[in-house]
Design a protein around this ligand. Structure first.
Ligand code: OGA
Ligand code: MN
Length: 323
């Protein structure tokens, strides 16, 4: 059994020189997105001017990395709260409906907006398949695109990471992916909407109590524009969700074969390595990403080694179509 959880429930007083505009540094990754933020400690109170600088850095870099954090879920929620109100995890209800119990150690958190992303089973042992993401490779996706109002962002905090055991997480810049589409391609997807199937999670695992759709009419999930306007930056980004075979994730009003061909082309374009940045986790890392303008991907995890992350999501708005 691996016990996790930190003890700092309330913010400690802030020594001078930490969490100030002067201590605050933005170090860009050098890739198409991502920056490390230095001089910020979420165990301590964060003043308003630093919060403002963090929001600005997020809008500019899409993904922010904070190292060496040591906080509990309350502080994690407070950190995410700098960027917006909490969003309740969309996958939680499937697990609760299937009879899984709330257990803050490794499965379902008591906080509806905190998900425990671990490869542990109910005994606390690492496994390949735990009915959630387990140790699987996690395909390129944005979080909860299968609900009407997907979360604006997600914040993932590493509590236990395997040593050289995979589970690296990559992010890609979907503003750039949109910008670099040919004018002709932009015209082809103009005005188009996609259905986002909710049946499987981002590791491809069927959610508990759910049937895989076999025809378009059976797909459960919302319809979102293929291109969305970011409410803060006002820039356009490709919004693809996750790639599944027919009939999951189809473009409305387009015949099957054409649908698959167009989605294949879009996905091949959007997931090019030139748009991506990869993060290798250390304990204490927090990564915040923007689900409105980037996708993320995780390599397989060594199923013999525990990996425990706590994730919280930030409330979003219905995707804004540019047309
Ligand atoms: C997630 C996710 C990736 C990872 O928490 O939404 O996709 O690295 N996780 O575990
Ligand atoms: Mn995800």
């Amino acid at each position: 059994m691996h016990t996790v959880g930190r003890s700092h429930t309330t913010a400690r007083p802030r020594p001078s020189g930490i969490n100030t505009r002067a201590s605050f540094r933005v170090v860009p990754s050098g890739a198409a997105l991502g920056a490390e933020i230095q001089g910020v400690d979420f165990a301590l109170a964060v003043p308003e001017d630093v919060k403002e600088a963090l929001r600005k850095a997020w809008a500019e870099h899409l993904v922010l990395l904070f190292r060496d954090q040591d906080i509990d879920d309350h502080r994690l929620l407070a950190a995410a709260g700098i960027f917006g109100p909490p969003h309740d995890s969309a996958s939680r209800k499937y697990h609760l409906n299937a009879g899984r119990k709330v257990d803050n150690r490794y499965m379902i958190s008591e906080h509806p907006s905190v998900s425990i992303i671990s490869n542990l089973d109910e005994n606390g042992d690492p496994v390949k398949d735990n009915g959630s993401l387990g140790s699987y490779e996690v395909v390129w996706h944005t979080d909860n695109s299968y609900v009407e109002v997907p979360p604006a962002g997600s914040m993932l905090y590493a509590l236990v990471v395997p040593v050289d055991g995979g589970g690296d997480t990559s992010f890609n810049n979907q503003y750039l992916a949109y910008e670099e589409l040919s004018d002709e391609f932009k015209r082809v997807i103009e005005g188009k909407y996609q259905v986002h199937d909710s049946s499987r999670n981002s590791a491809g695992v069927l959610r508990p109590g759910v049937r895989l759709p076999t025809k378009a009419e059976e797909v459960e999930g919302p319809t979102h524009p293929l291109v969305r306007v970011h409410p803060v930056t006002r820039k356009r980004a490709l919004y693809l969700g996750r790639r599944r075979d027919w009939p999951s994730n189809y473009i409305v009003g387009m015949p099957n074969a054409e649908n698959e061909a167009l989605l294949d082309k879009l996905w091949a374009h959007a997931t090019q390595s030139k748009y991506a940045w990869t993060h290798k986790w250390r304990v204490g890392d927090i990564v915040l990403w923007d689900n409105r303008c980037c996708m993320h991907y995780r390599t397989e995890v060594d199923p013999m080694q525990p990996r425990i992350m706590h994730r919280t999501t930030i409330k979003g708005e219905p995707p804004i179509a540019p047309w």
